[in-house]
Ligand binder design. Sequence first.
Ligand code: ADP
Length: 247
Amino acid sequence: MSNTDFLLAVEDLSVTFDGFKAIDNLVLYLDRNELRVIIGPNGAGKTTLLDVICGRTRAAAGSIKFKNEELTSLPEHIRVRRGIGRKFQTPSIYENLSVFKNLELSFPQGRSVLGALLFKCTDEVKARVQVVSEEIGLADKLDVEAGQLSHGQKQWLEIGMLLMQEPELLMLDEPVAGMSARERELTAGLLQRICKNRSVIVIEHDMDFVKQIAHKVTVMHQGKILAEGTMDKVQNDPRVIDVYLGH
Ligand code: ADP
């Protein structure tokens, strides 16, 4: 496979904070329809990696190509339009609005302005809300105020708000933190559905969940990739056991 065939190609990437290399010459390739999990000890650089891919943090060196287009100099909101969605650990939903409104308001801005003016586009938004609400399992909760949802449902709603923008890459930071076993199960199903036609990168510490969802695991340590491959492969790697799994 040539490097131009990947959805995301990160090459020789470095991020520094006051001279400290949080990401150190990192190389990572992500396929289309891939569900990649990033694991590693605290301080390994996992969050910084997602921050630099979505444009929240600047790269000191290296290249980030998405669909073969260089992203490194593009601001965060343009990267969203190019198809990169990022969810943080704390949900940022509108608690006093309905599930429907939360999803509707997440429709890409340029189109929702038109949507307010043109009936046809409003129908398009409604149709999209329907599709997304079914995908996240909240189709029967459209009239419910978001603040009334369970913790897990709030997390799914926020994923739905990202899906409204039709991303091709979704990056999630510990999506099952604080969820019940049943919610974890449903989230695994949701992520598997999502990557049927998109790619997903997840930072996760819950190894049972990682085993359940990961196509491939990247282990980070001190800003570098320590190991990469299937969960079976990395969990038997003595270096991974030494710095992370053995603790
Ligand atoms: P992880 O997500 O793997 O726990 P982070 O990406 O949060 O790791 O952090 C990697 C390293 O970079 C840590 O040593 C952290 O203290 C440092 N770091 C992260 N963000 C900043 C920042 N804004 N300013 C200074 N240092 C930072």
